[in-house]
Design a binder for this molecule. Sequence first.
Ligand code: WT7
Length: 662
Amino acid sequence: MSEQSPVKQQGDALENLLHERRSFPPSADFAAGAVAQQSVYDEAAAEGPEFWARQARSLLTWDEDFTETLDWSDAPFAKWFGGGKLNAAYNALDRHVEAGRGDRVAIYFEGEPGDTRTYTYAQLTEEVKKAANAFESLGVSKGDRVAVYLPMIPEAVITMLACARIGAVHSVVFGGFSADALRNRIDDAEAKLVVTADGSYRRGKPTALKPAVDESLAKEGHTVTSVLVVRRNGEPVEWTEGRDIWWEDAVGSASAEHTAVGHDSEHPLFILYTSGTTGKPKGILHTTGGYLAQTAFTHLNTFDLKPETDVYWCTADIGWVTGHSYVTYAPLVNGATQLIYEGTPDTPHQGRWWELVEKYKVSILYTAPTAIRTCMKWGRDIPGKFNLDSIRVLGSVGEPINPEAWMWYRTVIGANGNQKEIPAPIVDTWWQTETGAHMIAPMPGVTATKPGSAQVAVPGISIDVVDEMGESVPNGSGGFLVIKEPWPAMLRGIWGDPERFKATYWSRFDNMYFAGDGAKKDEDGDIWLLGRVDDVMNVSGHRLSTTEIESALVSHPSVAEAAVVGAADETTGEAVVAFVILRGSAKDDDDIVATLRNHVGREIGPIAKPRHILVVPELPKTRSGKIMRRLLKDVAEGREAGDSSTLADNTVMQQIAESMRS
Ligand code: WT7
């Protein structure tokens, strides 16, 4: 925990936001036709947890109805929809085919080089059945863990759903993580199968994935018996006989008959690792019934989904929770048609995204502020070349969206370059890997939205902002964001570490979930997120732990000590800046900086490489030895360092300043 209150810490952001007074009510037309009406708030308020029971029954198909809505007797370990049985893959696939919707497009896939594939619900169901049979023939059964290390290609979704179908627990590892990071996750979850690809395409070039899998499994002592390899870019790969199998051989030859059986509502669906305040990533565990109910409900209501006519596009990678909840699960459970794009937004040109919106007539776009700010930097002329008229709802996720980016998103994208009289509503959605689904978000037909605010709790969700003592703050004040009641999609724990689950989220305040975010209630009681209050950074919407990067740095023989901070960055939100003290024998030159950046890339992954590494003689520490990152943040952001009176040695900041000048 930082020594300062989140409000003081986020002073500048808060100052700016306090001046934001604009508010945009839904248009009469949009409101009249919207999925979510005021009544959904009224019902949620009146019904309590039964509201979710009703959603779970209407949005999902249960093989056995549940007998108990919520069991909170073993808090903070929740059980939702006890006694119920359902199959996630059946809900995402088969039931749509059985209901005569088999010809509806489930996925439009566009590869970075421009290759395309279309899967109807019937075709996707068949592929998942084949993959489920193939996984079973490789010895994967209910409860086994499967590591998924794939690019954004349809096989990623097929793999996740095939696991869900047979009750295996997937653990998706983002392709940008290193061989070491992959191995740590494989070991922690004791995965039996790894599903990967030869590689992918990025910025017009083939990139490799399989070599990282080979490297991660090179050292003995792991639990993996098979590696299934999708052929995506045709680059040569090394092959371990008896372990490696081509996807096309295993899945291609498998039977397309597979009956989905219902699993318990609380059966584990997936583990997804995320960074915390310590060096070791946490395996966030999600289960089936509650997760599907809340992701489906929010996808339908927050995005005002009309499954028959909308084309939905979420730009997130399946390596993150957004790709789990709002690419793989909710859109398919809701029978939506969605676009999946493999590559970067600027390949082969900076208008690629908008070209795709025009080509597929995307009507709901869900992306991150960092992407919006990047497009702003490239200029409005670029989206201006494309027809974005199809867009009717815009979503934002991953970090606070600044009012400038919000307004740009609204006029340039949501109003097709100011040509539409009524721009598409923007829904800023606050949630986390741990919450599984949207927790704070406007309902686009009900809520008047303010640029930069995530607004209000989702119906059926209990959110508050509290002070240090856990007391609810009045409107106009800031504090810590908490969740006051259990929610269906909540994490069920940290894989293999129940104590850490309690300590991380439930010990800061009594009977409340502590999210780790600072927030403010404005005069109307609307919620504004102010960023993390712990040692977690947010770089381009990706969560990185300062401690994890520090451990990576000190694992290098040249480094004696390291401190990492997130420095404000116009495009990426935050940028990683590292301060290191070298060991006596190491030389301070350009080489060492490059070496250390690459070292972090190897230990964690390219996304964690520090933007800047500054070699310093000392680090500012309190008398109890805690590094005062606040002071380093001042340096990293080019400010005069703040109050350093609690330092054990108050000449340290001067020493750092001098070393920067030399
Ligand atoms: C952290 C969670 C939620 C999926 C992607 C990130 C920040 C997320 C918002 C938002 C302000 C946001 C928070 C949160 N965050 N969405 N709309 N406004 N901040 O998932 O990696 O688990 O990170 O991202 O700080 O705690 P994640």
